[in-house]
Design a protein around this ligand. Structure first.
Ligand code: COA
Length: 169
């Protein structure tokens, strides 16, 4: 049984550990810390999944910029990490679904992710080109994806700009 809830201060160490183990480097754990102390952090959208009271996985959605005719704040999904011992058991999927539900409740418009299409298309993510949304770096177009939420409107197009926190990831 997994239990999904918002992070608390007491989870910070476990979240860093899960990210470091899942990615095999500390960059994502550091990214989370930078975002937490920035104005892009959304406390309701930093979620942990617990298995028997142990943090097994973490997901973070935070605000990034979409620069078109105007600059709009949209959600970026990053990072998502499942402890290696708990991978391929549906936990990553459960965290994505839980996060998307909260994003809908918050009346957000779109979510951007850089990730594997085999995984993310099952949650309704599509290549960003479908939405005329451009990646800030060269990446095969199927890997840079957008999920339109119920509040999506056509003005959500342009080029994504990540905050400085993302520079070292
Ligand atoms: C990728 C990751 C978040 C998926 O979470 P998970 O709980 O293991 O995944 P779920 O059990 O919910 O879903 C299984 C799907 O995840 C994907 N997946 C899992 N591990 C994967 C891996 N090492 N490489 C690529 N895809 C992977 C597959 O698409 C798999 O689907 P399939 O069984 O049909 O092949 C998790 O494995 C992880 O933390 N990996 C290391 C960190 C990472 O790469 N994060 C990327 C986030 S963009």
């Amino acid at each position: 049984m997994i239990h999904i809830r918002c992070e608390t201060l007491l989870d910070y160490t476990a979240i860093a550990e899960v990210n470091t183990l899942a990615f095999g480097q500390e960059n994502e754990a550091k990214l989370i810390e930078k975002i937490r102390y920035s104005d892009r952090y959304i406390s309701e959208l930093s979620l942990v999944a617990e298995v028997e009271n142990v943090v097994a996985a973490h997901i973070l959605f935070s605000y990034i910029d979409l620069v078109g005719e105007e600059t709009l704040q949209v959600l970026g999904l990053a990072p998502l990490a499942v402890h290696p011992q708990f991978q391929r058991q549906g936990i990553g999927s459960a965290l994505i679904k839980a996060g998307l539900e909260i994003a809908e409740l918050k009346k957000e418009s779109i979510v951007i992710v850089l990730g594997h299409p085999h995984f993310y298309t099952r949650f309704g993510f599509q290549s960003s080109v479908v939405y005329e949304i451009e990646s800030p770096f060269p990446v095969p177009e199927e890997f840079f994806m957008v999920k339109a939420l119920q509040n999506y409107q056509k003005q959500y197009k342009g080029k994504v700009v990540y905050p400085d926190s993302f520079d070292e990831v």
